[in-house]
Design a binder for this molecule. Sequence first.
Ligand code: ATP
Ligand code: MG
Length: 485
Amino acid sequence: NASSVSLADAAYVKISEGDFGYVLDDVPHLVDHLPDAPTYPNPLQDHPAYSTVKQYFVNEDDTVPQKVVVQKNSRRGVHFRRAGPHQKVYFESDEVKACIVTCGGLCPGLNTVIRELVCGLAHMYNVSKIYGIQNGYKGFYSSNYLTLTPKSVDDIHKRGGTVLGTSRGGHDTKKIVDNIQDRGINQVYIIGGDGTQKGAYEIFKEIRKRGLKVSVAGIPKTIDNDIAIIDKSFGFDTAVEEAQRAIDSAHVEACSAENGIGLVKLMGRYSGFIAMYATLASRDVDCCLIPESPFYMDGEGGLLQYVERRLKENKHMVIVVAEGAGQDLIAKSLSTSEQQDASGNKLLLDIGLWLTHKIKDHFKSKKIEMTIKYIDPTYMIRAIPSNASDNVYCTLLAHSAIHGAMAGYSFTVGNVNGRHAYIPFYRVTSTRNKVKITDRMWARLLSSTNQPSFLSQKDIDEAKENDRTANKPPLPTGLSHHVAN
Ligand code: ATP
Ligand code: MG
């Protein structure tokens, strides 16, 4: 019953099966929309650059499906609102007061997104009041707001990092919304990772609670590509490309020594996408270790045995390891006091160093000469400017965010199956995107490296079971909620 679905609640539509294909249930809103319909004509309709485009505005009811391939008799699943410019907009250009904030760790492309938000607002929608919040969420209430203009952001996309500064912590929802309210800001653009998007959802809920006419647009940032739903996060391509340069160096080092091993640690605390794609791209890698796929060191079929075999066959090898891989192995090999710092905090366990020592010790005990070179390019990768393809992606993300905010929506923006979509906040924060070791891509990797899979039948069964449960779409939290059916 579609009429029982209220604004933010109808985050996804259910598809019911008809005799001939599938019928889309009539659900009014896929992401939250401000009360009242947008009334102003979109200024883009008079923009000379867009006058030749056949159908420039998106249809209010267009959706983007999360699943493209649908198996016989299975549901088509979740759809999201298609992103793009709307015929009618919610805000008049001169009443818009927009602000932009970046939070969390660095990622290639942050400056490109900032630049395109500013230029897009100014050039497409004639918005002139655009502010930069400094150093993350706490900047809402502790720093001056910067005035941003197309001129002031003109060449920032050529630099790494974020010109606005960033931080962790400091999210005080009430104080942030107080400042948004006091300064009359009505569009908030929030660029950041999973934590940041959770923060954006809190801000959004507080804004609704106070009945403010403010759009909140999240642009997800994660170099690890671990944000759910979306195809790929910005900066990921750049990261993979730069990671490959590290792998190339490791390969040169390995080839230049007898029994040489090059070991590269890449980003990926929970998801091994960078390691997987860099490995697939490079073809020089003999073994790729990621958090999603458990492995073991000793005995038949273990990593050390494989390393020995590869060196015998090839005289050199390259290993790529994601930072979150094998954490259980390190923890097991250390005492509790070694796992904590002086104040009892959990120490970050460096899998790269640990593997280096383990492999060295192994060959030493067998009296086999070898050399291992360990490369950790993490901070170099995070800090570079985005490459060409990420620059284009960042631009499109920024434009989609602007179109959605102008139309009065609050959402996280992202590519879903190659189409830009507006996704409810909680959908991207309640789960994490992980490499599915039961999917074809991981099988492709295993066949390209020829490494053992390290998995027992129990591991494989567990992975398949996890896939099944991970497919259930989560429901929003903290909002009154009815599900259409
Ligand atoms: P990354 O981990 O990719 O570097 P992130 O956005 O996850 O990026 P965090 O440091 O976790 O980085 O969070 C960024 C900001 O979001 C911080 O200011 C933090 O206070 C805020 N934040 C994190 N989690 C929440 C939450 N559950 N609710 C509200 N705010 C949050
Ligand atoms: Mg995070």
